[in-house]
Structures are given as structure tokens and as C-alpha cells.
Design a binder for this molecule. Structure first.
Ligand SMILES: [Zn+2]
Ligand SMILES: [Zn+2]
Length: 129
């Protein structure tokens, strides 16, 4: 299942720092609710992987209109957050390898035990126990 939580991007484009922060907080709360639901459900607890990431970064403060936009090759736009939680993953892994978004699908394919024949993504092997 893919869930798109749009508040940070939507409110970032509003040019309001206050609303942008509210969007980040509401997304954090939504993810917390989802996590709590999974932990409280016998069918999902201990069997569910959650991967949280961005679909893109945002400009650094000194680039174009700053946090309001994104889409060029600046450092802010090229870097995103990534958090992976689940029974197959180690705790506290930091990456030495720079990964890209296409590597997430390769990693999910590994979790679900199938190969993505045409994908150029790399499995994020450091994550796994
Ligand atoms: Zn956007
Ligand atoms: Zn940028």
C-alpha cells in the first residue's frame, strides 16, 4: 500500500512557514497513528514493514524561493529523508551507500521475495538482519 501524505508539499507551496511546519506535524501525527494501529493489531504487528520517505526534496534556503518550491539539482532538492521500520530490518542503520528512490522498489521486491527484472534499483542490503 502506498499512502501519499500531501500536507508538507501542499503547505510548502503556500509560502507560509507556519503552515509548512503544521503540515509536517500533521503528517508526523498521521504516521504515528498508522504505526500505533499496526502495533495494536494482531494481524499486522511484527509482520508489517513501513517505509517513510519524500517524493522529492525542497530548495535550500538560499536557492530560488527556498522551502516554497523544489525541482532543480540543488543539494536540498537532491536529498530526502528515509525511515524503514519492520521485522526484517536491523535497528539504527545509517547508510554509507548513497541510495536513490528507485532502490526502494528493489528493496520492497526483496522483502516480498520477487525480482524486478527491468529495474535498475539496488536492494538496500544494509537494512536487513
Ligand atoms: Zn511540490
Ligand atoms: Zn532546489
Amino acid at each position: 500500500m502506498l499512502i501519499n501524505l500531501k500536507d508538507p508539499d501542499y503547505f510548502g507551496h503556500s509560502s507560509s512557514w507556519t503552515n509548512y511546519i503544521k503540515g509536517i506535524k500533521s503528517t508526523d501525527e498521521n504516521i504515528g497513528d498508522l504505526y500505533d494501529f499496526i502495533q495494536g493489531d494482531d494481524n499486522y504487528r511484527g509482520k508489517t514493514t513501513i517505509i517513510i520517505t519524500n517524493d522529492h526534496g525542497r530548495h535550500l534556503p538560499n536557492v530560488a524561493d527556498g522551502f516554497t518550491s523544489h525541482g532543480d539539482g540543488c543539494e536540498g532538492c537532491r536529498h530526502i529523508q528515509f525511515l524503514a521500520l519492520g521485522p526484517d530490518f536491523k535497528e539504527g542503520v545509517g547508510f554509507q551507500t548513497p541510495y536513490e528512490q528507485i532502490d526502494i522498489s528493489a528493496t520492497v521486491a526483496k522483502l516480498l521475495n520477487f525480482k524486478m527484472e527491468s529495474s535498475k534499483g539496488k536492494v538496500m542490503t544494509e537494512l536487513f538482519k
